[in-house]
Design a protein around this ligand. Sequence first.
Ligand code: SAH
Ligand code: SF4
Length: 424
Amino acid sequence: MNVHESEKISGLLNSHGYSKTYDIENADIIVFNTCCIRDTAEKKILSKIGDLKALKRKNKDLIIAIVGCMTQQKGKAENILKSYNYVDIILGSNNHLDLVKYINELPKKKKIIKIESLENNNLIENFPICRDSKYKAYVNITYGCNNYCTYCIVPYVRGSEISRDPEKIISEITNLLKNGVKEITLLGQNVNSYKFENVDFNKLLSMIDNIDVVENFWIRFMTSHPKDFNSEIIETIANSKHLCKSIHLPLQSGSNKILNLMNRKYTREQYLNIIKNIKDNIPNCGITTDIMVGFPYETEKDFLDTIDILEKAKFINAFTFVYSKRNGTPASEMPQISAEIKKDRIMRLIKKQNEIAKNLSNKYINNTYTAFVESYDNKNKHFITRLEDGKQVNINSSDKSILGTFVKVKIINAGISALLGEII
Ligand code: SAH
Ligand code: SF4
């Protein structure tokens, strides 16, 4: 989601005559689009801001701006300025689209901090977006979140959930497709709770699936929430032309006690039922998940309940996290688990998931699939393609014209996170 926010910030600066550079030494403006969802993300950004001290000393005209949700935390902006007094602009997650206005005000004002409360979150439409790819794109369908999972800072720093007008969504997608984009990912913290007047998520998916400006395109969406993921969505995907057979369904924990403490509003039994329903109705659907270990009160038994779901659900990929305390969230007040236990559990979790993913990956070998060629990896000198179920397939080819097209591939080898294929 932050990648897409950065595309909007780039688009905004671009429309005011600025252009992107990868040469940090010669940049006029450096913008940090921050994320505070986990402590590690926040520490990484602060260390990068620290690295700029020498550059700012050398180039007094350099403007350093910090935007995004990290700044929205109580007292954070003031703390950043205290530790890094060479930062010029700090904007909240609701104010970053005014960045250019504040850059222009800088000669008059020495420092600018603008952090608005997120109460009246008005949606701004039709702003310029400088997309990283010509072939795949992200489209927001909702902003913010109302779920208040007890570990999560998002509702406090991104505000309440708002759904975009479906007409605006359809029009953005139609334009992207007309301009050659072939793979679109719909974005929201909980896409399943999308609701605009009488259009719910299921209806929105059907409307998008019926867009007929081009013949071939793929639609993905994230993130789904098990409490709102229903069988209608499964049916819509099963009967669709363009919706990928790929579902990202965060589990977080396999223990009912922990799910309850997390305020997730589903049980392990309900989660496993959804998985069964998906597998029964969407053959070969790729299911991925997010899992967290080390949440307060998590015992060895709770952790083993998570491992048990891993074994039963067989995710093709899992994003695994160590719980990190976020100030202001209910879980931060609960008794915390030791770093050693967290480390031990995350390592065992990753090991188990890697075994499962490797076994699943082997099943692709010698089979043929349609893959979408997303990008070229200059470092590893191969194309990155993706199957409908979300699995990544790397392909060696000298034919640059395959970029942004659908190709037929045969899988010749399998790793844990990516497969190796050849065009047939
Ligand atoms: N809205 C989505 C995504 C939230 S952020 C959802 O509900 O799943 C992506 C992932 O970050 C979450 O799924 C969760 O696993 C992880 N996460 C969120 N807060 C965290 C925290 N305090 N510590 C560790 N991981 C966290
Ligand atoms: Fe955070 Fe829960 Fe909302 Fe996801 S659904 S953003 S984890 S509060």
